[in-house]
Ligand binder design. Structure first.
Ligand code: EPU
Length: 350
């Protein structure tokens, strides 16, 4: 594959409104559909020869970005596909999925084949390649618990590199790739799924499953039950991006010092909080926002979802600026009332 083959596949002034879950209007100056791994080296040469590397942007499922109306960059849309079982040992499965696979479809695919362990992460929007970037998590499980390694293509060195779980520096909604991932494209992620599978039901929404099985014994809960329960809770609480544009939780749950926590509890006895292993406390951003009266409210064309205050939605025709204004108004109110800074989860692309 040569640079000229790449040139003939580049499109200009491409609409990205269908490629971001917020559904905001955004046009990319240049756009390339990455469908095969073998295109990567030629693409890197093309970008270097035209001095485009510095202003290239990798787009996955568009579920964790707020795109500007005009994106003056070269957009590489990761649509690499493929799922394979690469090892089946007595105590684990190793499953590799290409970065462009749709996350939820991959979870369902694994479940069907008996490769269990991803059920708690069902219905999270986005792609497999985007999952490690923000260490997606839900219902007590995070990518960091199941990620074996991440294969990336480095556009600068034109080489394929492998990151072990440790090298990914996973943390709460954070990883190496979120800060230092410029020029790195996630080609595939390999998951290590321990056998035998055990249901992870520590979250209250999943505890309910115990009521349905004999002797309330977690051993009797099946992976299908966990998957179905997670899907139904999420479908109830969170808006489907296909119907109402959104990017899931918009803010991270803030973590505060024990002193700050004590001070907040003295004025708000009902403050939900979760003690961390380092002694600090994680607060529920949704609760803080709700207390400021934001649930269901709109600012311009953006609003706060009526069932989950942590989700900002595109009411109709919102652009990045509408979302930014709403987010800033919420941050100001939460800061004024609780002295807590809320940090957005999605990245505002400029
Ligand atoms: N709450 C409110 N008002 C609301 C919603 C929730 O007061 O409108 C309070 C409730 O007291 C509740 C607490 O906030 O107990 C926490 O809410 P919830 O259990 O719904 O979870 P969350 O903290 O809002 C996190 C993740 C979600 C993940 C769920 C389930 C973050 C930022 N969000 O939400 O992740 O699905 O837990 O594990 O960590 C995402 O990142 O996009 C996402 C959806």
């Amino acid at each position: 594959m040569s640079s000229s083959t790449i040139a003939s596949s580049v499109s200009y002034n491409q609409s990205l409104s269908g490629f971001n879950t917020f559904g905001v209007s955004s046009f990319a100056e240049q756009y390339f559909d990455l469908k095969e791994k073998k295109q990567l080296k030629a693409l890197a040469e093309y970008l270097v020869s035209r001095s485009l590397l510095e202003r290239s942007f990798i787009l996955g499922g568009g579920s964790n970005v707020v795109l500007p109306q005009r994106l003056n960059q070269f957009v590489i849309h990761n649509q690499l596909k493929g799922i394979e079982l690469i090892a089946e040992e007595e105590d684990y499965f190793l499953v590799r999925a290409a970065g462009g696979e749709v996350w939820h479809d991959f979870v369902a695919h694994c479940l069907e084949r008996g490769w269990h362990g991803l059920e708690n992460l069902a219905l999270i929007p986005g792609t497999v390649g985007a999952a490690p970037v923000q260490n997606i998590g839900a219902y007590g499980k995070e990518i960091k618990d199941v990620c074996y390694e991440v294969e990336v293509f480095d556009f600068n060195s034109k080489a394929f590199l492998t990151f072990t779980n440790e090298q990914c520096h996973f943390a709460y909604r954070d990883s190496y790739f979120k800060h230092d991932g410029r020029g790195l494209l996630i080609v595939s992620v390999t998951f290590k799924l321990p056998r035998p599978w055990r249901a992870q039901l520590n979250y209250p929404d999943l505890q309910k499953l115990l009521e349905t099985v004999e002797g309330a014994n977690p051993e009797h809960v099946t992976a299908e039950q966990v998957f179905n329960q997670v899907c139904s809770v999420r479908r109830y609480k969170l808006p489907d991006p296909k119907e109402i544009g959104n990017a899931g939780s918009f803010f991270k749950n803030p973590i505060v010092s024990p002193e700050h926590h004590e001070q907040l509890v003295s004025t708000h006895a009902d403050l939900p909080s979760y003690k961390q292993s380092d002694g600090r406390y994680k607060l529920a951003a949704a609760w803080l926002i709700d207390q400021c009266g934001w649930k269901g409210r709109d600012v311009g064309r953006a609003g706060v979802h009526h069932r989950q205050a942590l989700v900002l939605v595109n009411r109709a025709g919102a652009v990045a600026e509408d979302i930014r204004q709403l987010a800033e108004a919420i941050q100001q109110d939460v800061y004024a009332k609780f002295n807590v800074c809320l940090e957005p989860e999605p990245i505002f692309v400029v």
